[in-house]
Design a protein. Structure first.
Length: 140
């Protein structure tokens, strides 16, 4: 398992460095826990490499729990998930109620192009919807 951990983290750090070069913006390498974050537009995307589980999780916080219209928000998120979020999906943290945009991929088959496409998708969709959702439903 130790060899796989180093290999997966090194591979993803290589992907991050290549992606940073492509977009012309600095991206910190993964920390000891397998985490870093990327800022794209108004969106922040956390990249979590969970080697023991065999996947990478991209999370972008969208908004805190709304104070009003929760049912309408949840319906809007489900409708957006149907076709507007591409490879990502909106999710709600059970403990905090916070809304995230998330994407999950297996480390085994993830190549650089797929990583770039996934990160680009999450960044683009999060940047498009974070302000709109907060404006429509409240929450920080």
């Amino acid at each position: 398992m130790g060899d796989r951990t180093g290999t997966d983290l090194e591979r993803l750090n290589g992907y991050l460095a290549r992606f940073a070069q492509l977009v012309g913006a600095p991206i910190a390498p993964l920390d000891g826990e397998g985490f870093t974050q990327v800022q794209r537009g108004s969106a922040t995307i956390g990249i979590n490499v969970l080697v023991d589980k065999g996947f990478v999780l991209l999370l972008s916080p969208m908004m805190d729990p709304p104070t009003r219209n929760q049912a309408e928000l949840y319906r809007a998120l489900l409708e957006l998930n149907y076709l507007r979020t591409e490879d990502a999906a909106f999710a709600i943290d059970r403990e905090t109620g916070r809304v995230y945009l998330r994407a999950l991929r297996s480390l085994d088959l993830l190549d650089f192009d797929q990583f770039c496409e996934l990160l680009d998708t999450v960044a683009r969709v999060a940047d498009e919807w974070d302000d709109k959702l907060r404006a429509q439903f409240g929450g920080a």
